[in-house]
Design a protein around this ligand. Structure first.
Ligand code: XMP
Length: 507
């Protein structure tokens, strides 16, 4: 394991991913909750931070059990922290050092820099510079503006890098991380999807024995992969429930249910559409709609789980970004991860113990594990789809009729994206039903019908997103097809807002 101590940098997760791309397991921990340094930890990386080391409130960590004992790499703040605390000088930079820079000289003998190109491009993002290094630190790389761009500590496997090797724009950053992780820390590159499947299935067998597990499938990647792993471990003791909330895509309920059955999963489909529609009747406020959908789901799931006798566990498709504790940069307590439940009022299934086989994986790793499990590309490549489904893509009141219209529109849109070979380039796409009527003309007749909006975005994690620059020809074809084929729609618009300030969903 490579231990990454997080000081609050926006790039910390990227460091973890770069390490894992080398098939080496890495874990992120907040700097003030450093785990015990056991022999499993082959190396430690200190992340960047929004703080300056000169700031009174800056994180302060005791490195006595780490530095000189385990291979150690400080990145940006991490590099400055060591320089500052072991006798060097860190001060505000004379020039702003953000963005592109090039290494003008580097130590070709340094194990950290083996194989990097002359003039290699690196990505800077800092307001402070290391003016002087402690006497036992040697500079190993410089850029035109930053003399101490990387250093090595004499007689130790301790290094510091002022720039960000983890970002894509540092062209040899991956090589430096490889040099640290595989060369210096001597990690074995054996954390592969196959190895993950094998060890996770063994661990689940051990943990669950003959116990029964209930799991709610959504049709999405995470719950499908989680279910398949559990199925490999405990077979038919896994009881999956797939609820049709009446707000799924066209034909999705039957198609996905069939494909789950084809995968050998013990899955029960529950068509509760009517319950959802009646709860949604008359509601127009987005939050009220979300709450109503959530409540019916809990009721339905609770009722179904009671039918599974002797269930002891609830399986969930939680992934790593959901559980990483965030480091507070404001000095306040870190973000609340769990809200409080009234124990007496908890639904029955919430009283089960929770098993989360994917909670150490990033999304792309979940996909790779799914591939190693033989799950079909059609499921693994699916766009994300919100739990409340079309309910939050129909603005205003949701009725079975508006759902049926939106399902048709969405099917045309997604079908054409696939036909144009664009589906995999888009991170998420869907259609929105607008509760406005507009005037149109079809043949010689005036129409007065609803408008829809199309939304397609690029993103990596849904936190930020940009609208997709879909080709006009494709948009034109989609618009024509929707207006010609879907009764009740006479106008199609395309959403060109980014997130922020807009969000991906309209409600
Ligand atoms: P927003 O609209 O917040 O969406 O930009 C970001 C991502 O989250 C999805 N989303 C949800 N997923 N339950 C979910 O499971 C929800 O209530 C929900 N709301 C939004 C959205 O589809 C996008 O991928």
């Amino acid at each position: 394991t490579i231990l990454i101590l997080d000081f609050g940098s926006q790039y910390t997760q990227l460091i973890a991913r770069r390490v894992r791309e080398l098939n080496v397991y890495s874990e992120i921990h907040p700097w003030d909750k450093c785990p015990e340094i056991t022999s499993n930890i082959k190396g430690v990386i200190l992340s960047g931070s929004p703080f300056s080391v000169r700031d009174e409130k800056a994180p302060k960590i005791d490195l006595s059990k780490i530095k000189g004992k385990v291979p150690l790499l400080g990145v940006c703040f991490g590099a400055q922290y060591m320089a500052h605390n072991f006798g060097g000088e860190v001060a505000a930079s004379d020039t702003r050092e953000y963005g592109r820079a090039n290494i003008v000289s580097h130590d070709h003998e340094s194990s950290l820099l083996a194989g990097i190109a002359e003039q290699s491009q690196v990505w800077m993002s800092h307001a402070d510079s290391i003016k002087t290094l402690p006497s036992d630190f040697d500079v190993i790389a410089s850029t035109a503006d930053v003399k101490n761009a990387a250093y090595a500590v004499q007689g130790e496997k301790t290094y510091g890098i002022q720039f960000h090797p983890e970002v894509y724009h540092s062209t040899d950053g991956g090589t430096m991380i490889y040099n640290f992780v595989v060369g210096i820390a001597e990690c074995k590159q054996d954390w592969t999807p196959d190895a993950f499947v094998e060890s996770t299935v063994d661990a689940l067998k051990e943990q669950l024995g003959d116990d029964r597990v209930i799991l709610g499938l959504s049709g999405g990647v995470d719950s499908s992969v989680a279910a398949t792993l559990l199925h490999h471990a405990i077979g038919s003791n896994l009881h999956c429930i797939f609820v049709n909330n009446g707000l799924l895509r066209k034909n999705e309920y039957t198609e996905v249910l069939e494909s789950y059955k084809g995968m050998g999963l013990n899955v029960k489909g529950v068509d509760a559409s009517e319950k959802f529609y009646s709860a949604l009747k008359g509601l127009t406020d987005p939050e009220e709609k979300r709450k109503a959908i959530g409540k019916v789901f809990v009721d339905v799931f609770d009722e179904e789980s009671k039918l599974v006798e002797n269930a002891k566990w609830l399986g969930q498709g939680t992934i790593y970004p959901d559980v990483i504790e965030s480091v507070s940069v404001t000095g306040g307590p870190s973000q609340t991860i769990k809200s409080h439940h009234n124990v007496g009022g908890l639904p029955d299934y919430m009283k089960l113990k929770v098993v989360e086989p994917l909670k150490s994986l990033f999304k792309d790793e979940v996909r790779r594990v799914g591939k190693s499990l033989g799950i079909s590309p059609a499921i693994l490549g699916r766009h994300p789809f919100p739990g409340p489904g079309l309910g939050i893509r129909i603005l205003g009141e949701v009725t079975p009729e508006t759902v049926a219209i939106l399902q048709e529109v969405d099917a045309v849109f997604i079908g054409e994206l696939k036909a144009a070979g664009l589906y995999d380039e888009v991170w998420q796409a869907g259609a929105i039903f607008l509760p406005v009527n507009t005037v149109g003309v079809m043949g010689d007749e005036r129409t007065y019908e609803n408008a829809v909006a199309l939304r397609a975005v690029t993103s990596t994690d849904g936190m930020t997103a940009d609208w997709c620059h879909l080709p006009y020809e494709v948009l034109g074809k989609i618009s024509n097809k929707i207006i010609n084929q879907v009764k009740g729609i006479n106008r199609v618009t395309y959403d060109i807002s980014s997130k922020p300030p807009a969000t991906i969903e309209w409600e």
